[in-house]
Structure formats: C-alpha cells, structure tokens
Design a protein around this ligand. Structure first.
Ligand SMILES: Nc1ncnc2c1ncn2[C@@H]1O[C@H](COP(=O)(O)OP(=O)(O)OP(=O)(O)O)[C@@H](O)[C@H]1O
Length: 629
C-alpha cells in the first residue's frame, strides 16, 4: 500500500505541541506510560488466549523488552501483546482524542499546570517529551499484515506497511539530542524500578557484562545478557510488611492516573466463603469528572492475577465511586460477563466488604485525625452523602460521617448530626436545615431570624442535591426539616398572637392576595421572621428552590411552582401598610409589588421585571430624598 499521510485531530495536535515544548520536570514518566501500555496490551492478549483458545497459539512467555541503541539514538519498547490493526492504530494514535486528552486540555486551560499530566490518560503522546520522532511497528492478534506508524508530531503522521513476523508492538523513540541519558542502562533501570516494578510481566533489557572466559582462563569476555529489571510481583499479593508507602503511592498513581498521593490505603485479604484480595485507595483530590455520566466507576478486576476489567462498577456502591484500586478474586470465572457480575454472590460479598472497610476507614479518620478527614470531606463529602439517600441499610452510618456548618459553627467550623441532636433544645422534635447556594446566602436568609432569636441551631445545606437527600431523612428518630418549607410556630405564645393578628391584618392579607394572585399561591402571617418584613416559603412537600433553579439551568422542564408569601406582623412596614390599606385598599399597590420583588431577590432570584423594579426603587429613593431635602 502507498504511504498514507494523515492529520492528527486538533486536540491531539495541541497536546503534542505542549509535549514537544514541555518544561515538565518529570519527563521520565514517558517510560512508565509506554510500559503501562505494553502491559495492558499483554493483559488483553492473555485474556483473549484464555477465553478464546483458538486465538493465540504461542501464548506464554509474555515479555516487554527495552532496547537502547546508542549509535542509532533510539529507545525501543517491544511487547508481545495484542498489537493493533491498521484501522486501530489510525484511530487510537491520531484521529480520536481519548477522553483523557480532552480532560487534560480542559484542566490545563483552567489551571495552567503541566503537572496535571500524570492525572490523565495522555500516555503514548508523552513520548514526544523526549523524542523528536516516534515510530510504531505493530502486528495485531487478528492476523492482519503488520503496520508502521510514524510521526514527528508536526500536525500529521504516516501509516505504511511493515515487516514484522511476530505479534505485538515495537514503539521506537528517536531520542532528542539533549535527552540522551534515556539511552543509559542505569537510567532506564532506575526508572523501571521506581515506577513499573509491580508490572507482572518481565521487563527485560540486553546488558553487556564482562565475565571470565570459560575457554581462555584468566581473560575476560564481554557478553550480552538479557536481564529482568522489575521484581514483577503484583503488589496487592505481597505482604503489607513488604510494601513501602512510596510503593503503595506509586501503584496508586498507576491505577488511578492521579498524580497526587492518595489520602488512605486499604489493603486486605478475605478468606472464607469468598476469597479475594483488595488494594483500595481513597484519593486526596476529587477526580475532575466525578459528576459526569461517563465517569468510570470501580476498581480494576483481576481473576487469579489475570486482568479482566479496567473498572468493575459492581464492586463498589456508586456513592464510593471515588475509590480506586485493584480487586483480585479467586472465585469468579475468567470469562466473567456483565450479567454474571450483576447477580454473582461473590461480587456482592466483595462489594459489602469494600464498603465496610472504606466506611470504617473514614470513621476512624474522622475520630482520630479530624484535619485529614476535613480535607477528605471538602473534596469528596458531596459524593459520599449520596449514600444517605441510596444505601438504606447504612444511611445512619454514612450520616455520622457528614460534616455541616450551621448557624452556631460559623464559617470555618463544622458540626455533625450527632452533635446537633445531643445539644438540641428541650422539646425540639426536628433537626432544622436551610438550603442555599453559599454559606453567606444561607447565613443571611430572613428564614433564620426567629430560629436565631429563639436559639435553635439550623444546619446549612449548600449542595443542590441536599434537599433531595435530607428532605425525607430521619436521624435517630428526628426528622430533618427545611426552614424554608411549611409553616413554623416556634413557641405556643406566637401561635396565639398570630391568631389575634390574623384578624387585625385581614384586609391587608386579602389585598396582597388580590394584587399578587398570579405570583403567589398564598399570603399568610409568618412565624419565622423577626427583622425582615416578608419572605417566600414553599409548601412542605414542594421541590427546593435551589434544586428547581438547577434543573431549569439544565434545560429541564420544571412545572411552575407558586410560592407562599409570608409577612411579618411585627414589622413597622407591615403595620403602616395595613393602616394605609384600611383607609384606601389600593393606595399602596406599588409598595406591594416592591415587597414581593424584594422577597424574590432575598430568595436568590431575579426580580420578576428587573427594569420595572429598578424604576420603582428609583422613584422611592427620589421621593425620600425630596422629603429630606
Ligand atoms: N503497546 C501497545 N499495544 C497495543 N495497543 C496500544 C499500545 N500502546 C497504545 N496502544 C493503543 O493506543 C491507545 C492510546 O494509548 P494512550 O497511551 O495514548 O492512552 P491509553 O493507554 O488509552 O490511556 P491511559 O494512558 O489512560 O491508559 C491505547 O488505548 C491502546 O488501544
């Protein structure tokens, strides 16, 4: 076939430009990435051989070979893995941008930090940090002719026929003039030890050694010997005492594609009805895409040391989707399918065990190292708390792990549900909470006035999903109740007073109802206001306004939900207004409109008609200035 010249996809081009000009200080990671690709390719071939016995005849002797040719200035990484067909190599290495690349470019734009590279699957392209040209020669397990891919990362790559008899891939790096140290045996060997020691296939290299000659005693001869650079033992199968914290961290970076050290390591072996080993990590940073649908959930699944699946979502509940790691089961069949996984008793035992271990680890951290726990919570608490809604059995255990700011903690401290309940006012039957977009917004809400006045603590719920999670939750027999929904009478005296005032304000209430009939469903006297004249509240079972706004911003069709306007009978504005309306029913209509618009603003909304609102305010300001002029 003639040589084909193809263009890289735009995003890949941008990435390649970055790689070529990168000042990133850990360029050595290119080798880690290529060895990891080689190991993945062997995993795939090995799996293929196991489930499809016709596919590979020469299975076994799996190996990754590194060859440094100082004369040619090339470093070659060869594997006898699955290989690529022509079609695959064009898509995989040029025309589709893997999600890792896209996420990396996006993160780079936001944070401008090349160090983020370790977090994303930009693996192969990191070769261009040390090479000015890369050639890939590969032969697929599918038996198609071998292909050669080549590029200098200048916008395009070529694809051509190649001569290669054996299955697998050779990645040949033409090392840049100033990166020649990567052709040295000691350098390569130390990088392999540092990053890729746990790779379970031998990573070998030909090394020249001087040895005593067997033929001519007393003389030395130079011999080329193949040496294995890695210890090859799957880290999760080693004894804990044999593993250093650095090795644990390095392996974490390998499985998670995160470049920061993990927050916690959980390594355990289960024996009994189900036999498995798990090496699970809690990350220290929230993964960028954790709230996207395409986020890959679950640890890598191995069955008897054979990698079966990159991410096995059946092994962890969704609210623990931030955990990364490896599970190696001795009970599952090698050709395990998604259907088998969904109904397999061993899988549910593993899931239960991991869930318990992670929750226990978090509880322990919270108890013994609250600083570290807060760091975890600020990053990942939002995901963990989904468990209160979805994991009925463990909802109180998870609830005990949650931290809240409240009207009593201030901005920088936290309380827990347990502390809240332990210090509840006598006779208080419910746990009060307020939703809001920020601490400041919630803290200044008029809905809190009476609660503050009477000394009731109110928890702040600042994530959009909070109302859904906590709206129907009971903790130790106490219901959680939103202070912006339903009506409140915080003491018996208030109730009586409201009855009397209801009579006094009858005309005012009916006039407001009349004036705002299209905007609010009800107008009533408030039991929760102290300083403000009015506020908007929802019915007990209604959707939270923050949630409603979020759904609308996502383009969802949410039915219009009329709110209730509550007015404060003790506020001088309301009293004066009532006096005016008693004399002339419609004399204060403009003020009633403003009152409603103001309640909307306080609620985090725009006024109904911002231009009209501004005009009315201007008129009022002018009037007041004229009076004092
Ligand atoms: N040695 C290899 N043998 C077979 N296929 C390979 C090899 N190296 C790369 N590939 C193919 O090229 C694709 C792109 O590789 P790249 O390193 O850029 O990203 P990735 O490995 O998919 O992502 P990540 O680095 O997150 O694992 C791989 O998914 C794989 O399909």
């Amino acid at each position: 076939m003639p040589v084909e010249n193809l263009e890289f996809k735009t995003e890949i081009n941008q990435l390649l430009n970055l790689m070529i000009h990168s000042l990133y200080s850990h360029k050595e990671i290119f080798l880690r990435e290529l060895l990891s690709n080689a190991s993945d390719a062997i995993d795939k071939a090995r799996y293929e051989a196991l489930v499809n016995s016709d596919a590979l005849t020469d299975m076994g002797d799996w190996k990754i070979k590194i060859t440094a040719d100082k004369d040619a200035g090339t470093l070659t990484i060869s594997d006898n893995g699955i290989g690529m067909t022509k079609e695959q190599i064009i898509t995989e290495l040029g025309t589709i941008a893997h999600s890792g690349t896209l996420d990396f470019m996006r993160a780079l734009k936001e944070k401008g930090d090349i160090n983020l590279i370790g977090q994303f699957g930009v693996g192969f392209y990191s070769s261009f940090m040390v090479a000015d040209k890369v050639t890939v020669v590969t032969k697929s397990v599918k038996g198609e002719p071998a292909v050669k891919w080549e590029s200098e990362a200048k916008g395009s790559f070529t694809v051509d026929d190649a001569q290669k008899q054996t299955r697998g891939t050779d990645v040949i790096l033409h090392i840049k003039e100033d990166e020649k140290k990567y052709l040295e045996h000691w350098e390569i060997s130390s990088i392999v030890k540092k990053y890729s020691d746990y790779i379970e296939y031998p990573i070998v290299m030909d090394v020249e050694r001087e040895e005593d000659s067997a033929l001519d005693k007393g003389t030395k001869v130079k011999l080329i010997k193949e040496e294995t650079l890695n210890s090859q033992k799957a880290i999760w199968l080693k004894d804990k005492s044999e593993i250093t914290p650095e090795q644990y961290n390095e392996f974490y970076k390998h499985v998670s594609r995160d470049f920061t050290d993990p927050l916690s390591v959980i390594h355990f072996k289960a024996e009994g009805t189900s036999e498995f080993t798990a090496l699970i990590y809690i990350p220290s940073q929230v993964p960028m895409d954790i709230f996207y649908e395409q986020f890959k959930i679950g640890p890598v699944l191995y069955v008897k040391r054979v990698q079966i699946m990159d991410h096995c979502e059946e092994l962890v509940p969704k609210y623990l989707r931030f955990v990364k790691g490896v599970v190696d089961s001795s009970d599952l069949p090698l050709n395990v399918s998604r259907e088998i996984l969904q109904n397999n008793p061993h899988v549910s035992v593993i899931n239960k065990n991991i869930t318990k271990k992670v929750l226990d680890t978090l509880a322990d951290m919270k108890q013994n190292d609250i600083g570290k726990y807060r760091k975890f919570y600020l990053e990942l608490g939002k995901v963990l708390k989904e468990g209160v809604h979805f994991d009925f059995q463990r909802r109180e255990t998870i609830a005990d792990l949650l931290l809240f700011r409240s009207t009593k903690t201030g901005k920088d401290s936290y309380t827990t549900l347990k502390e809240y309940v332990d210090t509840m006012r006598e006779g208080q039957e419910e746990i009060f909470y307020i939703t809001g977009a920020s601490y400041e917004e919630a803290a200044q809400s008029p809905h809190l006035e009476k609660f503050n006045d009477k000394g009731y603590e109110v928890l702040f719920m600042l994530d959009e999903i909070d109302d859904i999670i906590f709206g129907y939750f009971e903790y130790k027999g106490k219901r959680l109740k939103s202070v912006i929904k339903g009506s409140f009478d915080l003491d018996k005296q208030d109730e009586k007073k409201k009855e009397e005032e209801g009579h006094k304000y009858e005309k005012l209430l009916s006039q407001i109802k009349n004036r705002l009939k299209d905007d609010v469903k009800e107008v009533r006297l408030s039991g929760r206001l102290k300083q403000s004249p009015c506020c908007l509240v929802s019915d007990e079972g209604a959707i939270d306004p923050a949630m409603e706004r979020m759904l609308r911003s996502m383009g969802k069709d949410v039915p219009k939900n009329l709110r209730i306007l509550e007015i404060n009978p003790d506020h001088p504005l309301i009293e004066t207004l009532s006096g005016v309306i008693e004399k002339d029913t419609s004399a204060a209509d403009a003020v009633l409109d403003l009152l409603y618009e103001q309640a909307l603003v306080l609620d985090g909304n725009k006024p109904k008609d911002p231009a009209l609102f501004a005009k009315k305010l201007t008129e009022l300001m002018l009037e007041s200035l004229r009076r004092s002029a």
